[in-house]
Design a binder for this molecule. Structure first.
Ligand code: APR
Length: 250
């Protein structure tokens, strides 16, 4: 591992532009459960289809709302780890040289101080209306926030519209602006660090393929094998909270 870290450091030293794609693993050492880790993963107890879809929310609003409320509550006690901090400190020393693209909705890169994080799957702490307002003058209008009545989930006192977590559910489009910026960063980078993701969910995982095709060095940081290992020029088999500080300490 040490020799490959040294190799990757030389690539990073000469990289003008670095892109970093992160997944749940970068938050694992903060105590946030990952999704697909058989033992502790969130999905170990639920199947994604049961909770993280619009149909699941429409069919069982309380169950889905309670699951997200529980994750929000658990995240209040969670802090960025040494990996998040190493990234933010590198960005402070080298402005505009490293772009963070994350699949995570835990806000930990932002909490560590990373600027301009491209949050492809939204943010767990933001809310949105499920539908447009039934009583609005124009179809696209949402309900006035003042009419949100607390509940599991909160709803509009006027028309019954439900409040939902502003995260991307399976089958939904990713925020177009963030995805376009992520694609551009993957195209332009000299090195793409793929950290803490199983690489099983697209289009996020496809950013590593985009980077490789555009001529970037692709580096996977993960204690286990991932679906993106075939794209990698280097595999750093270690936990991100110890590997990232070694990679980004210049
Ligand atoms: N350091 C680095 N990687 C780690 C660590 C660690 N300390 N601990 C675990 N990992 C790795 C696991 O080996 C696994 O490859 O983190 C990865 C987590 O993978 P997933 O649980 O699949 O999470 P992720 O890849 O982010 O899932 C992508 O799927 O469920 C949807 O929208 C959800 O954003 C999520 C997306």
């Amino acid at each position: 591992l040490a020799s490959s870290i040294a190799q990757v450091r030389t690539w990073l030293h000469s990289a003008q532009r670095i892109a970093m794609l992160t997944g749940a693993g970068v938050s694992a050492e903060s105590g946030v459960p990952t999704f697909r880790d058989a033992q502790s993963g969130l999905w170990a107890h639920f199947r994604p289809e049961e909770l993280a879809t619009e149909d699941a929310f429409r069919d069982h609003p309380e169950r889905v709302w309670d699951w997200y409320a529980g994750r929000r509550e658990a995240l209040k006690a969670v802090r960025p780890n040494a990996g998040h901090v190493a990234v933010a400190e590198f960005q402070a020393r080298h402005p505009d040289r490293l772009t963070v693209i994350t699949q995570n909705v835990d806000g930990l890169h932002q909490a560590a101080g990373s600027p301009g994080v491209l949050a492809l799957h939204g943010n767990l702490f933001d809310d949105a209306w499920l539908d447009s307002c039934a009583l609005a003058r124009r179809p696209a209008d949402a309900c006035p926030v003042t009419l949100a009545v607390p509940g599991r989930p909160p709803h509009c006192a006027q028309c019954g519209n439900l409040v939902r977590p502003a995260v991307v559910w399976f089958g939904e489009n990713l925020p177009a602006e963030a995805l376009a910026a992520a694609e551009a960063a993957a195209e332009a980078c000299d090195v793409m660090l793929v950290v803490g993701t199983s690489g099983e969910v697209w289009p996020a995982a496809g950013l590593a393929v985009t980077a490789r095709r555009a001529g970037a060095k692709v580096v996977v940081v993960n204690p286990d094998a991932t679906a993106l290992d075939a794209e990698a020029h280097a595999l750093l088999r270690g936990p991100s909270a110890s590997v990232l500080p070694q990679l980004l300490d210049f």
